[in-house]
Write a protein of this length. Structure first.
Length: 241
């Protein structure tokens, strides 16, 4: 609670005394606002951090909508320091305070911030003119290629083994039409997919036998839960539900 000594202020500024007689409520509001403004300014500058991928001694962080690969001991331009990291969690220091954060974890810039405002994913066009983003499947870090023409998330059988997906036991054998022809594969249900702190569960996926696609395709089984806005350089995914 902020206490304002209006009598001292008025003695130092006689002109305000005249004004206060006519606008007592307005005058008090102005003083409180001026005193509180530095607090609001500090909150606005505090970074918003999301952990989108974890590695040994490194972490992929989304800081104020900018994606960065940060090494242990490195401090970003936003004042965020990666203290420790492995495949399970990271210790991140922000404003002198350290927190252990797991994959998909958030460090909000303002206490009590409405979480609905955070349910957006920003994907940037790369130098190859493709939209790529990082995230995780079942807790394992993944580099996705965003493909709005793919009906489901699609991964290779080699990638499925790395991600712990036993597609031959739990999947349904199918034939899949691809750009190179018809290939055998399996329809599976992926337990959880996390991108930019947003986790969706029970997502339809396809596993193709072999080493392709080289990068998992982020298809419509995930994307259809978002409103997609593409301005040519940035693809914004706004969660519907």
């Amino acid at each position: 609670m902020i206490k304002v000594n209006s009598h001292n202020t008025l003695r130092k500024h006689p002109n305000l005394l005249i004004l206060s007689k006519f606008f007592p409520f307005f005058f008090s509001f102005v003083i409180v606002f001026l005193l509180a403004e530095p607090v609001f300014s500090w909150a606005a500058k505090a970074p918003h951090v999301e952990v989108v991928a974890l590695f040994e001694d490194k972490a992929m962080l989304l800081i104020n909508k900018k994606q960065l690969l940060v090494s242990v001991g490195e401090t970003t331009e936003h004042g965020v320091t990666l203290v420790e990291a492995d495949a399970k969690s990271a210790i991140i220091e922000v404003d002198g305070k350290r927190r252990r954060v797991t994959l998909g974890g958030l460090i909000h810039s303002r206490p009590g911030q409405d979480s609905a405002q955070d349910k957006k994913i920003y994907v940037y066009r790369g130098p190859d003119d493709l939209f790529r983003t990082t995230g995780s499947i079942n807790g394992y870090p993944v580099s996705f290629l965003v493909d709005t023409g793919a009906s489901s998330i699609a991964i290779s059988s080699r990638e499925a083994k790395r991600l712990g997906i036993n597609y031959r036991l739990t999947g349904k054998p199918i034939w899949i039409s691809t750009a190179s022809g018809t290939e055998s594969g399996y329809r599976v249900t992926i337990d959880r997919v996390t991108i930019a702190g947003i986790t969706l569960r029970s997502i339809d996926g396809l596993v193709l036998e072999g080493n392709e696609p080289s990068n998992p395709l982020l298809g419509m089984s995930y994307l259809n839960r978002f409103e997609i806005i593409n301005d040519g350089q940035v693809m914004t995914l706004k969660q519907k539900y």
